[in-house]
Design a protein around this ligand. Structure first.
Ligand code: AMP
Length: 218
């Protein structure tokens, strides 16, 4: 059976989490978020946990080898349609992912979705973002409010701010430095039929319609 491996690439606040969650709910995909993996390790009182939490607090990326190893350990366990949220984020991670998919998941179809957004829109979303530490769903008081103020719709956990959301400027700079070269690489490497660029001028509903077509066609 051919499964879809779909990845979202975009700056912080582009909606990677929002749309990957929507795909999970609508189409029953599994979701693997690199940020969830790093947060899990960062919470552990170990040397590696401390190293990871320091990098995350500063809004910096983890070393490519480390995050790729941690991510592939989890990806290997999934044998169904899967949406990747936050991985790859650099060109080297893109190269590692291609190699991994070729070796371990060669029957699967790989789809790349590039989410484009303007810096000021991203800043507005990230700076108001509320986060559920249990299921990692995100909300925004104005743009996507939870049903009950400050509580997660999924599990009723009290929502909080993510420490790294205070470092928007650094994270945007990291996106420009590390992720733009990845996008260039993906455009050169991935079959154009399997790569989609979605513009920042579209509404959430318009984007969901495009995603629906992509998933149904594949
Ligand atoms: P996210 O929830 O995707 O915004 O990720 C939170 C933090 O985890 C990032 O700011 C990075 O410090 C780290 N992280 C997540 N994904 C990656 C990745 N693909 N490469 C390196 N670091 C990552």
């Amino acid at each position: 059976m051919v499964n879809l491996v779909l990845t979202f690439i975009g700056p912080p606040g582009a909606g990677k989490g929002h749309f990957s969650y929507w795909i999970v709910k609508k189409f029953g995909f599994k979701r693997l978020a690199s940020g969830d993996i790093t947060r899990k390790y960062a919470d552990e009182p170990t040397e590696i946990g401390l190293k990871i939490s320091k990098l995350m607090e500063r809004g910096e990326l983890l070393p490519d080898e480390l995050i790729s190893q941690l991510f592939f350990l989890e990806l290997e366990k999934i044998h169904s349609n899967v949406v990747l949220d936050g991985f790859p984020r650099t060109k080297i991670q893109g190269v590692f992912l291609h190699t991994f998919l070729r070796k371990k998941m060669s029957k699967n179809k790989f789809i790349v979705i590039i989410l484009k957004t303007k810096k000021e829109d991203s800043a507005y979303r990230v700076q108001g973002r509320l986060f559920c530490a249990i299921c990692s769903a995100t909300y925004h008081p104005k743009l996507s409010p939870p049903r009950e103020s400050f509580f997660c719709d999924n599990d009723n956990t009290k929502l909080s701010r993510r420490a790294d959301d205070e470092h928007f400027a650094e994270r945007w700079a990291t996106y420009e430095r590390k992720t733009l070269p990845l996008i260039k690489f993906m455009k050169a490497r991935v079959n154009p039929k399997n790569l989609f660029e979605i513009g920042s001028d579209l509404s959430k509903e318009e984007i969901k319609k495009i995603l629906e077509k992509i998933v149904e066609k594949n």
